[in-house]
Design a protein around this ligand. Structure first.
Ligand SMILES: [Fe+2]
Ligand SMILES: [Fe+2]
Length: 138
């Protein structure tokens, strides 16, 4: 799988969320860089830390926004976030336990696929709800 690029079609219509998504994709691409030899393998444990922290931060921010607009599918969306956080934690532990045999490609494919789908299917819906809530306030 190749690098994942953010494009306008992935915009959820909210500048802060778009910026976060771009950062997340950049972190994933660093893993890709390790596979291609453009990024040192030694960088991996730091990248896992960054990925875990940034997903945590970003998901919290989305959940806050969903609460703000009384988003009906908050619990379902949060369950998807929690599932991904658990997957990231498992990847991170697995890498720490046995860095030599860590399946980087498998992880990259899984995470990039998850992110793209999640942004396009789920995060898009939040932004619509936020915009509707804003219109109501006016
Ligand atoms: Fe998101
Ligand atoms: Fe989300």
């Amino acid at each position: 799988m190749s690098l994942i690029k953010w494009s306008e079609k992935m915009s959820v219509g909210n500048a802060a969320l778009d910026r976060d998504h771009q950062t997340l994709l950049n972190i994933l691409n660093q893993f890709h860089g390790v596979m291609r030899g453009r990024v040192e393998r030694e960088a991996l444990s730091g990248l896992f830390e960054e990925l875990a922290h940034y997903t945590e931060y970003h998901f919290e921010m989305e959940e806050r926004l969903m609460r703000m607009c009384a988003y009906a599918e908050l619990e379902d969306h949060k369950a998807l976030h929690d599932g991904l956080k658990r997957r990231v934690a498992v990847f991170k532990d697995r890498h720490a336990a046995d860095p030599e045999n860590f399946p980087l490609l498998e992880m990259f494919d899984f995470l990039s696929d998850w992110m793209m789908r999640h942004i396009l299917r789920e995060d898009m819906k939040i932004s619509k709800a936020l915009q509707a809530a804003k219109r109501k306030k006016k």
